[in-house]
Design a protein around this ligand. Structure first.
Ligand SMILES: [Zn+2]
Length: 236
């Protein structure tokens, strides 16, 4: 088993966290409030000091100022080279003990401003563990809204993320963004984890989530892939 320790939406409260041991630590974005250089520096220094062998970071909408040139200040990319122990998964992945991890930071700016930053998730490959900031639409993504008809709920997850996981179901999908929906559900063969640590008032109310993922032996995967590629009509 590979132990993944995951959290998101810590919104500058990372210093208060007790982080359990594990093989992989992943932060799913919104480590900051404003995405300033000072917040980013504080967080990256803290994260790089964690003892976990692999440290993965997918940035969130609050952090985007540090990574995407939509608003100032934008940090020089060489800044991130100071933290070689952290894998920044803007739109990339890596394989750890046979388990494929892929992080996609793509998000729409907001409903009112649908400009996307980052590559669309539809370009991501099939993976075992998918890491995104936003939730897939319809899964652990509800917020309570007040309208003229009274109180109701709305699903505000990302449709493109939902489409991707339906077509390419990972074993595990970890995300955050929707603060009120911290939790777990399983649909089909996929575990969905919303690991948002803060509540709606940005107060830290949850700790890290520990997720055990079976390791995949290379021989196992290649024999499974061989089975999958053998169609009933093939002559092989
Ligand atoms: Zn947040």
């Amino acid at each position: 088993m590979l132990r993944l320790v995951a959290i998101s939406d810590t919104h500058t409260h990372h210093q208060q966290l007790k982080v359990p041991d594990g093989d992989v630590f992943a932060h799913l974005g919104d480590y900051s409030k404003e995405g300033t250089a000072a917040e980013t520096k504080s967080f990256l220094e803290w994260m790089s000091a964690l003892p976990h062998k692999h440290k993965l970071l997918v940035v969130g909408n609050h952090d985007r100022k540090s990574f995407f040139n939509f608003t100032e200040p934008m940090l020089d990319c060489s800044y991130f080279e100071q933290y070689p122990g952290i894998s920044f998964l803007i739109h990339s992945g890596l394989t750890i003990e046979g388990v494929r991890f892929y992080g996609c930071a793509s998000m729409r700016m907001s409903k009112a401003n649908p400009i996307r930053y980052g590559n669309p998730i539809s370009e991501a490959p099939q993976t075992d563990v998918l890491l995104t900031h936003n939730a897939p639409k319809g899964i652990l993504d509800q917020i309570v809204v007040e309208s003229e008809f009274g109180m109701g709920v709305q699903n505000i997850g990302d449709q493109e993320v939902a489409d991707f996981v339906r077509k390419n179901p990972p074993k595990v999908h970890v995300f955050g963004h929707i603060h009120a929906q911290h939790g777990y559900t399983k649909i089909g063969g996929t575990q969905f984890w919303n690991v948002a640590a803060c509540d709606d008032k940005n107060i830290l109310v949850h700790g890290c989530v520990e997720i055990d993922i079976p390791v995949v032996q290379e021989t196992e995967r290649s024999s499974n892939e061989e089975k999958e590629s053998r169609s009933p009509n093939s002559s092989a």
